[in-house]
Design a protein around this ligand. Structure first.
Ligand code: MLT
Length: 396
């Protein structure tokens, strides 16, 4: 037996596990402290009423012989959910074929599993800082990774460099962790670069629901020709609070071909072999997200998180701290005060304000000196955390 040697090249633990352990240790040592968590981007509002009702009805169906559902007829997902997603995209001007939509248990699984389709010899291009999953998945597989700096000079939105060649590029917009969001015009450049390099864009649209400003992309397919060179991964976690319910989807366009092979066919082959689909009950809940009532309820939840983002932004303004994000994104990306390192600031903020955030360096070397705060918390706790952050920063 030989183990995958690449696991030894990974950091000892996944970023959010490391933070959870640090916070647990701190809480154990200080049981009286009321810690407010604005670290991992986990939602706090419950599922929308229409989603819960749809899931209850589906559970009831599963309890009767006449309405019981066994294996899912297509591992790609029930047609009712794929049709709801197709219509959602159509409402943003993007035409999809049902055969291009694949339902999964979330974006994180798909982001890892998609790599089954690509040779280990491909070079991967990722922004730095970046959602650590993109990097870790490729380290595990032993792929060569190139980094492109996302920094204040490029507004945390790196653009393609024609002197750099890669085969796969990860783009996440609105971005995790920086909250920066590409315009459709900027993404046109990426599509042009991908075509010139015969490369594939893996576009993570998990935060698309936070886009409010015109001109910003909600989907890579808003760019003409993107269906020939981009796969889009999305999730119900952020739009509808499915972090604990688990459902997502991936779009693999029919137009992506390499050496005469269809990527869509390969992904279907992979999924039908290795995946038995998402629970019927969960898919019914996800379908309800796109109902008229569901969409209204979900907008209310998104507005609640947007209000949290505004509260954190106001606190950072008051403290005179530079930040970006928080407008078309649930994340605020702040510069640590007085040139403090991001892990030092993490420890200092935990100790001084009992507030947890995510050190920018955990997302890559270019995140050094930055810190991410999430707007997915409880509103009252977010107000309290914002006040504590302002008070703590004033002591510096
Ligand atoms: C984050 O905090 O970056 C996200 O919650 C991670 C995720 O969605 O897996």
């Amino acid at each position: 037996m030989k183990l995958n040697k690449h696991y030894s090249e990974l950091n000892e633990s996944y970023l959010f596990s490391t933070i959870a352990h640090k916070v647990s240790a701190y809480q154990a040592a200080h049981p009286d402290r009321d810690i407010i968590r604005l670290g991992i981007g986990d939602v706090t509002l419950p599922l929308a009423r229409s989603v819960v009702d749809a899931m209850h009805a589906a559970v009831e169906e599963q309890g009767h012989k006449e309405t019981f559902h066994g294996y899912i007829p297509s591992e790609q997902g029930y047609e009712f959910l794929r049709e709801a997603i197709r219509k959602y995209y159509a409402s943003h001007g993007v035409a999809l074929d049902l055969s291009e939509i694949f339902i999964s248990d979330g974006a994180k699984s798909d982001l890892g599993n998609l790599l089954d389709l690509f040779d280990v010899d491909n070079t991967v291009l990722v922004p730095d800082p970046v959602y650590p999953v993109y990097v870790d998945d490729n380290v595990m597989a032993g792929r060569k990774i190139l980094y492109m700096a996302a920094n204040a000079q490029n507004n945390f939105l790196p653009m393609p460099d024609d002197s750099v060649h890669a085969d796969l590029v990860y783009l996440c917009s609105p971005n995790n962790p920086t909250g920066a969001a590409y315009t459709v015009e900027q993404l046109k450049e990426w599509v042009r670069w991908a075509k010139a390099n015969d490369a594939l864009i893996l576009f993570d649209a998990a935060y698309e629901c936070f886009v409010t400003e015109p001109g910003l992309a909600r989907s890579i397919y808003e760019v003409e020709g993107a269906k020939e060179c981009a796969v889009e991964v999305c999730s119900f976690s952020k739009i509808a609070g499915f972090t604990g319910t688990r459902c997502g989807y991936t779009i693999v366009p029919q137009a992506i071909l390499s050496d005469g092979q269809s990527l869509n066919k390969m992904w279907l082959r992979r999924q039908t072999t290795k995946f038995n689909g998402v629970a019927y009950v969960v898919q019914r809940g996800a379908e309800a997200v796109f109902s008229e009532e569901g969409m209204k309820e979900i907008q209310q939840n998104l507005d609640y998180y947007r209000a949290n983002a505004a509260v954190i932004a106001a606190a950072l303004d008051e403290a005179g701290v530079w930040y970006c994000g928080g407008k078309n994104s649930p994340y605020l990306w702040m510069r640590c005060p007085n040139g403090m390192g991001s892990w030092d600031f993490f420890d200092w903020l935990l100790e001084t304000a009992n507030v947890v955030g995510t050190p920018g360096e955990g997302f890559g070397p270019c995140g050094a000196g930055y810190f991410r705060l999430t707007a997915f918390g409880d509103a009252e706790k977010t107000r309290e955390a914002a006040a504590r952050i302002v008070a703590a920063l004033k002591t510096l």
